[in-house]
Design a protein around this ligand. Structure first.
Ligand SMILES: [Mg+2]
Length: 258
């Protein structure tokens, strides 16, 4: 049994706490689609009204995720933006999608905050020599989620980080885990994966052969599934004794029990 050398994390509800966030679903994107609208308007592009653009975008995104979940492919934010423009027959006169993605001006979601022990736990893991990775099911390219990581002062912790939008597959598809494991130069048995969603984070980590840890804070209640993590924690710092126990198993030559 190899030593654990890396800890990989999901992002939303694993490293940051969504429990105080009250905005409903797609409304989170409204002010950002408004930014795109305002930009296109300033370029004198003929546009429908703001609500039409917003709802067309939301419908496109919802549909794209429904389709992607059939085979766990990754939704691409740029593709949903292009599809929205196509549906509305908007000619943006050669303005690149990259420009629109920047004008979207993504920011941390209001009232989403770090858990009280996120920074101290990650700091301790780094001090103990673990490589850290991040795998998020997100249609946005990593550079957009990096805006959040920077705001939460998380950016410098990770040796590898990906979104499903970039990789083209989402958790639980094995390809997204292998993508990061390869970046870190390790095999699955050397990694612990920490995430909050049984059917995405835990099922995928189990299938790939990582040690799975389910982050289960009080505000998350998933209906009982048959998917079993190797460990369950309610706070991130509970990871530290788990890793210490895994290390002593290795030094004692024990076989890990599932
Ligand atoms: Mg999550």
């Amino acid at each position: 049994m190899p030593n654990i050398t890396a800890v990989l994390f999901d992002f939303d509800d694993t490293l940051v706490d969504w429990s105080r966030q009250a905005t409903h679903g797609g409304e989170i994107y409204r002010r950002h689609i408004d930014n795109v609208y305002t930009y296109l308007q300033a370029q004198a592009i003929p546009l429908p009204d703001r609500e039409t653009l917003f709802h067309c975008y939301l419908d496109t995104v919802i549909q794209a995720w429904q389709v992607a979940k059939a085979d766990w492919t990754g939704v691409s934010f740029a593709a949903t933006m292009q599809q929205t423009l196509d549906k509305l027959e908007l000619n943006i006169n050669g303005i690149g999608l990259d420009t629109l993605l920047h004008e979207f001006a993504w920011q941390p979601v209001p009232n989403v905050v770090l858990y009280p022990d996120t920074l101290t736990t990650l700091t301790t893991l780094r001090e103990r020599g673990y490589k850290l990775g991040l795998i998020t099911n997100s249609m946005m390219p990593m550079w957009m989620r990096d805006i959040e990581l920077a705001a939460y002062q998380l950016l410098d912790f990770f040796d590898a980080r990906v979104t499903s939008g970039d990789v083209g597959y989402m958790k639980p598809h094995p390809a997204i885990y292998h993508h990061v494991l390869e970046q870190l130069g390790i095999v699955p048995e050397q990694a612990v994966f920490v995430g909050d969603r049984p059917e995405n984070d835990i099922a995928g980590a189990n299938a790939v052969g990582m040690v799975s840890v389910m982050m289960s804070p009080p505000h998350l209640q998933y209906k009982d599934t048959k998917i079993r993590p190797n460990f369950t924690i309610k706070q991130l710092h509970e990871l530290l004794p788990i890793l210490a126990a895994l290390e002593s198993e290795v030094s004692n030559g024990q076989t890990r029990t599932e």
